[in-house]
Each structure stands twice: as structure tokens, then as C-alpha cells.
Write a protein of this length. Structure first.
Length: 166
């Protein structure tokens, strides 16, 4: 029995919210994320006929989103958004309750932006979007062991940045 591929409209409806959240976390602000999300689905539309029915469409969309984010960052002459552009209100599931919590969130977001792009993307995909290491590898390129190593290195650097606190 041959696998049937969902329509692009179904993929957009199903995955757009999580792709947008990923891009906000990756880029650090919602305005850039909205632009890159739109670019992601334009690229997906252009390439949709080339993916096979058995392809992991979720990982495929994350890969397109990651590449679109990298392109946008290069176009802006930086690897990620500037610290001054960080939109900390769009990162957590809820708004920060206090000034101290907002400051702490800002420091975490700043530390995340300082990570190398591949490590940052791997960490966001694993911790916030619950992708498996195999899916992360399909998204970022490489293999599951490299994806695991990128997540580990990102966590190690974040722990070091915060004096070993987890």
C-alpha cells in the first residue's frame, strides 16, 4: 500500500504554529520570526512536489525554517538577532510576573543568542519542540549522534554561563 502525502495546506495548518514558535525562539523576536515563517512556507510551496510520500514532513518544514532563519540572519549581517532586539515576552508560555523574572528571562535569551547557531537550533528543537535526535539530524543535517552532541554542548555552555545552575 502506497503512503499518501498530506496536502501542503494541511501541513501548513498543522505545523505553522509550532514553526512560528520555533522561529521566535531561534531568532529572538516575533517580527523577524513572522517574516521568516512566511518565507518558510513560500519555500515549502516551491519544493512540495519534490518530497516523497514517506518523508518526515515535520522535520522537512523545520529544516526549511532553519535554513530560512540562517539566510535572514546572514542578510542582516549577524548570526541571530541582536540582543537589543530580543522580545522576551514572546519566549515563555506565560508573561514574566516580576521585574526579576523578566531580567532573568532576558539573560537566558541573551545566553541562547550567544550559542552557535547549530547548537541553539538543536537545543530549541529538543527542549521546546520535543523532536527526537533523528528528527533534529534530519532538520539540521548530520546524524543523531551529532544532534545529541549539539544539544549537550549547548546545555553545557548555558550551565557555564549561569555558574552551573540548572
Amino acid at each position: 500500500m502506497e503512503a499518501t502525502r498530506p496536502s501542503l495546506t494541511a501541513l501548513v495548518d498543522r505545523h505553522r504554529p509550532e514553526i512560528l514558535k520555533y522561529l521566535v525562539r531561534l531568532l529572538g523576536n516575533s517580527h523577524d520570526a513572522q517574516d521568516v515563517c512566511q518565507e518558510t512556507f513560500l519555500r515549502a510551496h516551491r519544493a512540495f512536489a519534490r518530497i516523497g510520500p514517506d518523508a518526515n514532513s515535520r522535520a522537512w518544514l523545520y529544516r526549511i525554517a532553519t535554513n530560512a532563519a540562517r539566510t535572514a540572519a546572514r542578510r542582516r549581517g549577524r548570526d541571530g538577532s541582536a540582543v537589543s532586539d530580543l522580545d522576551v515576552d514572546s519566549l515563555p508560555a506565560r508573561a514574566p510576573a516580576s521585574i526579576d523574572e523578566r531580567e532573568e528571562l532576558y539573560l537566558v535569551a541573551r545566553a541562547m543568542q550567544a550559542l552557535p547557531a547549530r547548537q541553539r537550533a538543536a537545543l530549541v528543537l529538543r527542549r521546546f519542540h520535543d523532536l527526537s535526535y533523528a528528527e533534529i539530524a534530519a532538520t539540521l543535517g548530520g546524524n543523531a549522534a551529532a544532534a545529541r552532541a549539539n544539544v549537550y554542548q549547548a546545555l553545557r555552555k548555558l550551565r557555564a554561563a549561569f555558574g552551573g545552575r540548572s
